[in-house]
Design a protein. Structure first.
Length: 552
């Protein structure tokens, strides 16, 4: 296969500098193709598709001979759904503003960028390389730190792909019956599946999550000293607490049982997070925050979840799964939520082999050309549907309500409406399913008429909310009926703390009914379920931790 293509469609009068900058900077690794009209660009895309070429990026000027740039970019998805689509604009061109806004909300482009100025224009090139990096993350082979060999639709194979992907460990997966898979198995010491081959040649036969983490070099046990603050969970709220805690001089340890990023880490694209006008994947945001906290000195404990919490004198003691105790002056609970299950026995048996809970990013390429279904009406389900539509032949979004407008952001609704291979079915529930070794069909029931139908299905992605991970907390940490931690003002009755609050002062904002234990993010009662809100609560909690530690 030849070089990936960067396609430029621009008027001959304005494309000279863009063409020169693309060729000069990217010509060694990409084939730069230049066209002067929308039809020329579409013809080129058709020829590339027929010859099985790769297209990474399409840049279009706003005004072409035979169409607008946004009209061209809207059609790119027909040929290359995964290609990045960028509109070129000029500073001061007010006519472009409305075009950019409209195309963005309709999902017809991924980003816009200003034409390059006097070379070297590094702002222009940063925009280009960001788009190429986003495309390359899913479409180019990278460094293989880990190679996984297994049965493609086995549940444990899915778990490992999800685990490695969400923790941003570069890996490749090889089906056990493929030539490369057989070669790797023959080199190993046995045939146990899945088999993991490390970058240094070590072979792990069906390793546990902790064994794999240790092999990669990730700590699975806390240090023996006392910390200022223990953070439970490495979602956006926990990562924010880790960044601010470590950067402000607090000895900080983060306990994460599964993967950094929490539920947000599974989002293929967060479009409404402050400071990322082109959007940012949840995984990328989580990796950046993890690296930031680590650079300030925060410690991480992976795959060893918290199992209990108790006060002991001036300390709070967290016990983890292997029995190790972590002692600290304060605890920030950011344990997030676990995906809610459908509770259908025949589908539960197919979890990881066609039925996935919030796993759109890691399994998208595996369903290429298939008909897939997404259950859920909130933003996470909408983001999953849009991302899956780049690979699947058809995506059907199933919701129990009468409209997406009840629970989904408008920009996502418009993207879904504009996608030619996404269908929305309202007032429909999944009530059954079947398959030999993997999902093959679903039973869908109309909630108004009660009529049921069986449809063929390549995969089912379920995003129907979640339940707080608070079962490990002691009874002294008050929770509501659903298990969310009650904090601050919500602990008061008639202006005074209810229950056995032991201190003369009132509970601080975000502080639970156990002094020194703070709850942030999705796990907290009354929290706003947004990434930005979780990050804000995590940072505020550290301010409160400082105050608490000074008072003890």
């Amino acid at each position: 296969m030849g070089k990936p293509v960067v396609l430029l469609a621009d008027d001959a009068r304005t494309r000279g500098r863009v063409e020169a900058e693309l060729g000069k900077r990217y010509g060694a690794d990409y084939q730069v193709i230049v066209t002067g009209s929308a039809q020329e660009a579409l013809d080129a895309l058709g020829e590339l598709r027929d010859s099985q070429g790769q297209v990474s990026l399409v840049l279009a000027g706003l005004r072409l001979q035979d169409a607008t740039g946004t009209e061209l970019l809207a059609r790119v998805r027909e040929f290359y759904p995964a290609a990045r689509r960028v509109l070129l604009i000029t500073w001061g061109d007010q006519a472009s503003v409305q075009a950019v806004v409209q195309a963005t909300v309709l999902g017809d482009l991924d980003a816009y960028m200003v034409r390059p100025g006097t070379p070297p224009d590094e702002v222009f090139h940063r925009s280009v390389t960001e788009q190429l990096a986003e495309w390359g993350r899913s479409n180019l082979p990278g460094i293989e730190v880990v190679r996984v060999v297994g049965e493609e639709w086995a549940a444990r194979s899915h778990e490992l792909r999800e685990l490695l992907g969400r923790n941003s460990v570069p890996f490749s997966f090889y089906p056990a019956d493929s030539p490369e898979g057989q070669r790797l198995l023959d080199q190993g010491s046995g045939k146990a599946l899945p088999t993991v081959v490390m970058f240094d040649g070590r072979v792990l036969a069906d390793p546990s999550n902790s064994e794999l983490a240790e092999a990669i070099g990730v700590s699975t046990k806390p240090g023996s000293g006392r910390y200022d603050v223990t953070v439970i969970g490495a979602g956006p709220a926990g990562l924010a607490a880790a960044v601010y805690g470590a950067s402000e001089g607090l000895s900080t340890v983060v306990v994460e049982p599964e993967a950094i990023g929490g539920q947000a880490g599974t989002s293929s694209l967060i479009r409404n997070y402050l400071g990322f006008p082109s959007g940012v994947s949840g995984g990328d945001l989580a990796v950046r925050a993890y690296a930031q906290a680590w650079s300030f000195g925060a410690e991480y404990v992976y795959g060893n979840p918290a199992t209990s919490l108790r006060p002991e004198g001036p300390e709070l003691v967290v016990t983890v799964a292997d029995g190790t105790e972590i002692r600290s002056g304060a605890v920030v609970v950011a344990s997030g939520m676990a995906y809610r299950r459908l509770g259908i026995a025949e589908l539960d048996a197919l979890t990881g082999v066609g039925v996935f809970y919030g796993a759109a990013a890691s399994e998208a390429k595996a369903v290429q050309g298939s008909e897939v279904f997404v259950v859920g009406g909130a933003n996470s389900a909408g983001q999953a549907a849009v991302y899956l539509a780049k690979y699947a032949a058809q995506v059907t979004l199933l919701i129990r309500g009468r409209s997406l407008a009840d629970s989904m952001s408008e920009y996502l609704i418009r993207e879904i409406d504009a996608a030619p291979n996404i269908t929305v079915r309202c007032r429909v529930a999944v009530t059954g399913g079947s398959g030999q070794n993997r999902l093959e069909s679903l039973t869908l029931t109309d909630l108004d008429s009660g009529a049921a139908e069986t449809v063929g299905a390549g995969a089912l992605f379920v995003l129907i909310g979640a339940e707080p991970r608070t079962q490990w907390l002691p009874d002294t940490v008050r929770r509501d009926r659903s298990g969310f931690v009650v904090t601050g003002p919500d602990l008061l009755e008639d202006g005074r703390p209810a229950g056995d609050w032991p201190l003369r002062r009132l509970p601080m904002f975000l502080e639970s009914s156990l002094p020194g234990v703070f709850a942030v993010g999705d796990v907290r009662y009354g929290s706003v379920k947004r990434v930005a809100s979780a990050v804000g609560e995590g940072s505020i909690a550290i301010r409160l931790v400082h105050d608490y530690l000074r008072s003890t």
